[in-house]
Design a binder for this molecule. Sequence first.
Ligand code: NAG
Ligand code: NAG
Ligand code: NAG
Ligand code: NAG
Ligand code: NAG
Length: 511
Amino acid sequence: MSHEATKGLPLAAGPLLLPALFAGALGLRTLEPPPPVSTTRNTYEERWLDVRLDHFSAFYNDTFPMRFYYNGEFAVNNQVNNHIVIFVGGEWAISPGWVTGGLAHEFAGYIQAGVFYTEHRYYGLTRPTNDTEVSNLRYLTVDQALADLAQFIEYIKSDEFENGLYREGKVVLVGCSYAGSMATWMRLAYPHLTDAVLSDSGPLHAQTDFVEYLEKINSVLLEQGGQTCVNSIQEAVNEIVPLLSTQTGVTTISDVFNTCSPQTTNPMDSSTFFWFGITETLAYLVQYAMPGHITDACSVLTNSSESSAMRRLANYVNAHPWSQPCIRNSYSDVVAGHTNTSFDSSDSVMRLWTYQSCVEFGWFQTTNGNLHVFANAIPLEYFHQMCQDFFSLYFNSNLTESGVARTNLLFAGLSHLPDYTISVAGGADPWAPMGPTGTHESALAPVFVVPGVSHCRAIQSTENSESTELHEVKWEVMNILSEYVTGTRMSAANGVFASLALILCAVAIAA
Ligand SMILES: *[C@@H]1O[C@H](CO)[C@@H](O)[C@H](O)[C@H]1NC(C)=O
Ligand SMILES: *[C@@H]1O[C@H](CO)[C@@H](O)[C@H](O)[C@H]1NC(C)=O
Ligand SMILES: *[C@@H]1O[C@H](CO)[C@@H](O)[C@H](O)[C@H]1NC(C)=O
Ligand SMILES: *[C@@H]1O[C@H](CO)[C@@H](O)[C@H](O)[C@H]1NC(C)=O
Ligand SMILES: *[C@@H]1O[C@H](CO)[C@@H](O)[C@H](O)[C@H]1NC(C)=O
């Protein structure tokens, strides 16, 4: 094993522009959480570690370079007990903002820890293979990615890294969304390498048909936008569905919506239009909603100066950053994009995440639920077809079902939460139904459900909190993590927070 370290890289840690992030994605939710805007620090470095391509074969010892960011600003020189806080990367390219800002960085400052951000194999610049041909994707599994983290932690705690600065430190993993699941599963799989975990919005139960997702979108729109808003969407869907099956109808769709190509009556194209144009746009709104966003959207969706509900919906969708420069509505174009096996292709990340969905997790956001207004526009078969068309006929529904069952077998789903693991769920996060709620918690596996909050909000810094509850949960999370790592709450450790007086019950359960 060799270690390759490149020093100091003065990249600016700025906010990413929204449209660039969303361009071309198929939309199974694969964004890096918006990195905190770094104000002062340039204290991070980009580095690389060679890790094994296949951790589970004794005979095969090929390696590839895994990228990570490192910020050692809080570590004390000539000590070997500096702690380790790792912000775990998921299905996205990493950026330096998360080693210089956010809750993980803030917490590291209190416990004297180095801050790390690891890039998941195959995403970003961590490329184990030359391309993403199906045969080259056999090393793209969460099992391998967790083993990368195990090798990474062993390295950070060795004398090879910074002369042993972290040799006797404790390891805290922080992750959100799929990376939150990974953090939880690290404690399950490698408890000797993982001392404490914060998982924000991490789904733990793999499920092929994720019907709850759009139902939750619907209920959040109802709660935060009101009945009139949801009625207006329903009215629009009632206008759209019949149009999608006739030749004159699809011409109207193309005229009213900003579609990339003329709409056809092919059912795969109907689902594609519905997915990119309607459910994904509204899903994006809800999943990343900040206070006021849903109300603002609803003022467009219910605008009384526009008489047709379909046109009101089109006004909203056509102006949304998600649907720029136009709404993808041709299934064959989507397939063409996602079968490009270059790591640099614009659909590459979605090809990779779809691969993991097809073989490990499912989580297909179909309209098969009842409690929503999106009709039956996106059946499960749409996604099964996609797995076959993107990868090969071998990737059929049976493969997905057995992959999902395997994931739940090996990682326990929601039937067992590991200890020293804190889970946070957003009460308004459509992913929450696949993650832990209050009923799963135990003394050493606390679960906080923060009312009204969307996806991945707990990993932002304490000052970036949209509600008092969220702010208090973050402090409580840091206190508990501190207890796990140092044996004392932060308030006891440094007195700064004694005045905070958290009168927060252990679990706030959202309706
Ligand atoms: C990989 O294993 C082979 C034996 O199978 C050995 O000759 C070689 O040195 C090993 N390479 C590394 C980098 O450890
Ligand atoms: C990847 O590309 C490099 C450089 O072109 C080549 O040497 C290597 O054989 C390729 N590896 C595979 C597995 O195709
Ligand atoms: C409602 O529609 C009118 C006419 O198209 C437009 O001028 C106004 O800006 C719209 N209001 C909102 C909130 O979209
Ligand atoms: C695949 O994507 C790459 C990178 O964007 C591009 O250069 C190439 O032309 C694409 N290939 C095809 C067949 O479209
Ligand atoms: C799935 O497996 C069942 C039972 O072996 C088989 O009957 C069915 O044809 C398979 N489905 C597909 C899509 O291959």
